[in-house]
Design a protein. Sequence first.
Length: 470
Amino acid sequence: MQRQRFLFIGLALLTLWRWALLPTLELSPDEAALALAAKHGAFADSPLLVWMVKVSTAVFGTGEFGVRFFAPVMALMASLAVWRFTRGLFDPMIAGWAVVVLNVLPAFNLAAVSLTPGTALFALTAAAMLCLRVALLHAHPLHWAWFATGACAAASVLVAPPGLALVLGIATSLAWPNRLRHHLQSRGFIAIVVMWLAAAVLSQSWRAFEMPALALAPNLFRWIMLASPMLITLLVLVGRIILPNVALVGMRALPLGFTLPMAALDLLYGPWDRWPDTGGAAWLLPAAIVLAHQGAVFGAMPSEQKISLRTIAIVCAALQSVFLMHSDLLRTLGVPWRFAGNLPPQAEWSRFFIADPSSVMRGWRESARLFDAALEKAPKSFSMASNAQMAAELEFYSKSGSRFVDLADLQKAQDVLFITDEPAAVKPPPELEARFASWELLSVARVMHAGNEVRWLKIFSCHDYRPPEI
């Protein structure tokens, strides 16, 4: 019990440290888009996150801390749910190890300091596992825990449409063990499916879900980056032991039942998650429980070797988490890690070796300052950007209060400042150039961070908009 008390104190201190870290990292494009959607009441693919941002920014302001306030809270909730679930399934010692493993995983640490679908999916997965276990412990087919599990599945749709991974994990965890298979026909499980389907249909989320073509190679590197090579190696070793093992039957098979379908879906869909979103990596949560259990009962291995193996894995993952979130530490040590450039699709996999994944969270304050300076030269101009991600970042960090528009929002004779990060751009795109009487290159800027180029910014001033003839 003494060790558990120290574990909870550690989680509280870790949450405070994560809160302190929030203002030190600039918002990613998706986080900035969430903040703007909350501010202007616009539609977003993650309405639940928009609602959370509305609440947090109303209390703590519109800065990085206000936008991300709930991220460490959800990480704490996920950790406590994992501890409660694992303690009931195995024992307090394994529960403590599961929480420790989870909180050193790079993917979980990244989710804990950034507000993305992955942040909410870690918390929802942990809550769904805990509620499902409670439902299975009670004989009543319509126990409240079934509806709580269904609420988690429905909430996942409002976070990352269509929330397929979590509902597949629930179904597999019931279908795999023979003792639980009959629950697939129960009214409780039907209620879960109905709640999930209702959320998917009402939000029209199926339109947002497009399974990409086969892209296993880049995602293997993504797994290594977010899950730590040591922990992936342990997971493979555990798989060789646990798959033919009939000891994990009934509810003890729930963690692995959640892990397999969620990891399989992440293997196919994960490369399309934009940094720092780790939504597909939510499978690491039940995997951490499996690792903690197998680490405690790892065959006839001596206790000293078990402790050494766990210590090496945890230290490796913890160091990787630190470097992943603060890549400048690598440069301080003299390791060159360049920011991501514009790579062709066939070379996308090379980002995992040559590019700093956190580059999308760097240099936006400086970029907005340069854009504000250009606006001072053309104060009556509207603003346009070459992509939605840049528009969200510049609108969030700009001091001018300028909102970005589309061509459809313009009227005759209006001027526009068009900004792009395409290094090869020498003029506005053809569809833009054809709609204005004239244009000029107003500004060229090279945004730097830690001695590395983040992006090129080119700002064009386009004059006298001409609407298309009807």
